[in-house]
Design a protein around this ligand. Sequence first.
Ligand code: KG4
Ligand code: ZN
Length: 346
Amino acid sequence: MIVPRVLAIESSCDETACAVVEDLVVRSSVVRTQIDVHARFGGVVPELASRHHLGAIAPVVEVALAEAGISRWRELDALAVTEGPGLVGALLVGVQAARGLALGTGLPLFGVHHMEGHLFSACLGDAQREAQPFVAHVALLVSGGHTELVVVEGLGRYRMLGATRDDAAGEAFDKAAKLLGLGYPGGPVIDRLAQDGNPRAHAFPRGMAEHDSFEFSFSGLKTALLVQLERNGQPTSKAALHDLCASYQAAIVDVLVRKARRAVASSGLGRLHIVGGVAANRGLRAAAEQAAAADRFTLVMPPVRYCGDNAAMIAAAAAARIAAGVAPSVELHTSLPIDDPRMRVP
Ligand code: KG4
Ligand code: ZN
């Protein structure tokens, strides 16, 4: 079988990204983040995101082509683009740019579900060869917009075990950082500050931890932090801030790992993939490794550079769809769940 060489575009939130991937080998992966644009607002401003995608998209594609050593479009086999879920204006920029390229080059264009892209991030990078082919596993998808436990039976065959009832795990990090005046995005900074803190300094609630279901809830945790800050004020020393971050992070990690562990055990699949921006979290990675060693399941986490939004994962997902004989098509959607029947591969 000829391995498709795919150029993909990702613009669903606040990263404008383009990548060229061939046989799960990343030839180039360019990510231009808009963090600076949104940081002062404490979160992504959709209108600004769209405008900045518009300015960044063409240069990002050019750099991705150059870094992959591609000088002619016919050296590629296909184009791919994130068609959703995400911010509608942000998605529109990527989708329309990709449509324009498809029209101009005659290359087929494949729309990719953003979360299916995250699933494929587990197949990228040198250490991840064992994740291919895309074998059946339990996936913990943890990003700024999603927190889900999904049984991945194969390409396009996803069974939702449970999702968050309110905030996503990444959102819980971001909201805490906002309350603590630590800027946006909150995950990386809380991760860093938690390194030197005591995770047992504060007893934050573990939302739905004892609940039998695979659902999550993080809004109570955020409220607990707010109440604590209203009562005691902002932490007055570095040590106090570190303890607060470590304890808050531990509450999130605890629930994620506890439920993921139970999902792996009940699935009988013996394999867990953790993907999405929050998969970069050092506390989560360490706790997941401990759980995998104790319960003896295979654990796959993408290299940190492929945890956050990128286009390499979108290209990898598209390549799998091409190999499975899926016809090229793009349909923009803003909230299609990953287990929707439309995700099925014929
Ligand atoms: O997957 P992603 O880049 O975008 C979405 O699809 O949402 O995830 C972004 C989320 C943000 O909420 C960010 O705070 C979180 O991932 N994040 C982290 C870390 N790095 C990024 N959360 C915890 N620890 C990190 N190191
Ligand atoms: Zn994402």
